[in-house]
Design a protein around this ligand. Sequence first.
Ligand code: MG
Length: 377
Amino acid sequence: METKKRKISIIGSTGSIGTQALEVIEKISDKFEIIALAGGKNTELLRKQCEKFNPKYVCSNDVNFKIDGVKSLYGEEGLEEICSNKENDIILVAVSGKIGLKPTLKAIENGIDIALANKETLVMAGDIVIRKAKERCVNIIPVDSEHCAIHQCIKDINQVDKLIITASGGPFLTKSADEMNFATVTQALSHPRWNMGKKITIDSATLMNKGLEVIEAHHLFGINYDDIEVVIHPQSIVHSAIEYKDGSVIAQLGLPSMHIPIQYAITYPERFEGIKSKSFSFSEAARLDFEKPDFEKFPTLKLAYNMGRLGGSATVCMNAANEEAVFAFLDGKISLGDIYKITEKITQNHNVIKNPSIDEIFEIDCEVRAKTKELIK
Ligand code: MG
């Protein structure tokens, strides 16, 4: 018997998560119908994706971009139109940056489930997004490997005592603080385990990525910051774990491939063989190491906890300052160590707003970016 196809749209189909999601969908193409693909500047790839996957709609930033037989949409308005289309069973939000927030909110308003790979959505507006999702009974399935792991481990959130988020430690785990702080862009971009976009790879090198994940986990699972622990696990086999009240620890393990959490998120609650290439072997994994993170060497992680605890606009500010600093590092304007110094300074001078509206969040984001750029100059 043929089962009903799941109707999906991908916001950010030409990025790292988006392209891997299409690889997953290609393997289980009988399970999906693609409603819309949205990409940014890479219209050449977007065109190829449309030819292969036949979406009904395509959205890009280029008003001249058109494909025969596909309805063309543009920019933020186009994204909102896609996310208002109730044909969708699920929308994969795979763009990076603040551009992911409004489409996610639109999808939630329309009662459409979300596979969420956009960090900013929860870091900038976690309180609002989670409250609205609950009101509309919308599922938010995390794509990030750590949150996806926790999602798989949790049976009853009320019985959970603690979340344990693993971190590979990035390329500077065994290097000195000086070697890290004065690393070249190439060194910082060579992540030992995961193949990801540039911004998140730099965040992984400074452990800011883990800090952002702690904030996301706090919102997604409603757990206090004191009960979220980060542990360094260089092999990236244990993707995260939870500890129940009785001391039982449940962890999710697997090879470090983003295909697995992507597939989980877009097919939840079903599971398919799909993208699986080989069976996991404990004996091949051989050893799993764990250690405490060094908060002195990676001060961004502590900063993220502190800003998370402050709440409100504090995480909006930290996120914007960090992102601008990361871009400046990638442009060769500042050192890797400066990213923390700049972000810390900007957050120190920020007056936290308790419950910012979405408009206030975007205003703060713009103000902080301008201030950060000024400071970098
Ligand atoms: Mg992650």
